[in-house]
Design a protein around this ligand. Structure first.
Ligand SMILES: Cc1cc2nc3c(=O)[nH]c(=O)nc-3n(C[C@H](O)[C@H](O)[C@H](O)COP(=O)(O)OP(=O)(O)OC[C@H]3O[C@@H](n4cnc5c(N)ncnc54)[C@H](O)[C@@H]3O)c2cc1C
Length: 381
């Protein structure tokens, strides 16, 4: 088989890139997926999106991604369950209140996405079910919200396939073939596929594949657990993040209460297990934030990977010192689903025309050796 572009990874990043390539008229594209479509984090996440990040680069990127996400969901045949319930950060320390006030004034208002600092009384009026013990303020971002990631993943998959992209599930890339410092294709468990260009969008597995051709990316993989309870009447409007414990709690449209907490810390490509430790830790801290959920039973728990870079921001494009025609799109550090609608668009232009969009520039892999890190610490979970 010979194609113009091989995409390694059938997660949301591979899918949005394939969709945008074919929208630009390029359908000589194959997406290779080691298991089934969206086996990785893209169907294992919390399904939330926001525009509020500490780094202006990430805020601008997320604003563009949000626009494309909201536009795309009108094109698919499934209900993407978009709900702009907002994000509510519960703040317990003066220094955190100051930091949110500063970002609201200096970053978010400049991009027209300012939120609101709320007093405990205002929080209590808007969201009376939240326990405000120790809370000195809240930051509410009404532009933020939730979605059904499955509908969106399979929406991109279906659209790209309809327009001519080929998908090969259960086709694992074992090696990227490089000859004369130029990418020639990939070796898979089902044979060789020759190609002009290769995009590695393989989530947590990207570094292993790249290492085999001498490309080292500063990425750590962390397994994160997450769960939903049985459904109850919908009452938790915003996605609540406590800066005391780091716990997050939200409610899906069907009524399940969903959430997670960064515990236990498990690094590496470990099996997708879940633990009783996590259930205890999350339950304890989630009940502290929303006491009413105390008697709910878990419906299911699962786990997935955060693919974490040193500055908690994604890596897009290529380093000129790499073998020619090798590209990457990974390292989304726990906020990749929401970024993918725009990441796929800029990556498609990068692959086709070697164009580097203004908003993509900060994310080039060269930033690590140039020490031009994006200072993002607003990582949830
Ligand atoms: C618990 C949890 C909660 C999260 N919550 C959110 C959230 O609310 N909002 C948000 O925006 N993000 C969230 N994320 C992050 C988000 O899920 C990821 O950033 C995003 O899904 C990354 O997409 P991806 O396509 O890069 O990776 P993946 O979805 O992991 O896709 C990579 C694909 O590549 C395939 N692959 C790997 N190696 C090979 C190979 N050698 N050959 C062929 N195929 C290969 C894998 O099987 C996989 O399907 C969360 C993540 C987790 C774990």
């Amino acid at each position: 088989m010979r194609v113009k572009i091989v995409i390694v990874g059938g997660g949301i990043v591979g899918l949005t890139t394939a969709y945008n390539l074919v929208k630009l008229g390029e359908n000589d594209v194959v997406v290779l997926e080691q298991k089934y479509i969206a086996y990785g984090s893209s169907t294992r996440n919390a399904g939330h999106f926001r525009v509020h990040f500490w780094a202006p680069e990430n805020t601008r990127f997320a604003i563009e991604a949000r626009k494309r996400l909201l536009d795309f969901v009108s094109k698919i045949r499934w209900n993407a369950e978009i709900d702009l319930g907002g994000y509510l950060w519960l703040l317990y320390k003066e220094e955190h209140v100051k930091a949110y006030e500063r970002s609201n004034r200096e970053i978010w208002s400049k991009f027209d996405v300012s939120g609101k600092i709320l007093t405990p009384e205002e929080i209590s009026e808007l969201f009376p079910y939240i326990n405000l013990e120790g809370v000195i303020a809240g930051f509410y971002g009404p532009q933020d919200g939730k979605m059904n990631p499955n509908a969106i993943v399979f929406g991109y998959y279906e659209k790209a396939r309809e327009m001519g992209v080929k998908f090969l599930p259960y086709t694992r890339v074992e090696k990227i073939i490089v000859d004369n410092n130029k990418v020639r294709g990939v070796q898979t468990n089902k044979g060789v596929i020759e190609s002009e260009k290769v995009l590695v969008a393989a989530g947590g597995w990207s570094t292993k594949l790249l290492k085999s051709i001498g490309v080292d990316l500063p990425i750590e993989v962390e397994r994160k657990e997450i769960g939903v309870t049985e459904p109850i009447n919908y009452f938790i409007k915003p996605f609540i993040i406590s800066l005391k414990s780091g716990v997050y709690v939200g409610q899906m449209v069907r009524g399940e209460v969903l959430g997670s907490i960064d515990y236990p810390v498990v690094k590496g490509l470990t099996p997708f297990n879940t633990t009783l430790d996590w259930i205890h830790k999350w339950s304890e801290n989630a009940v502290e934030v929303v006491p009413q959920i105390k008697h709910l039973m878990f419906l299911r728990t699962w786990s997935g990977y955060y693919v974490v870079t040193p500055d908690h921001s994604h890596i897009l494009g290529r380093d000129p010192e790499w073998p020619e025609n090798l590209y990457v799109a990974t390292g989304f550090s726990g906020h990749g689903f929401m970024m993918a609608p725009f990441a796929g668009e800029v990556m498609a232009k990068n692959l086709l025309y070697d164009e580097i969009d203004e908003l993509m520039k900060p994310y080039l892999p060269t930033r690590f050796k140039e020490e031009k890190l994006i200072h993002e610490t607003m990582v949830i979970g």
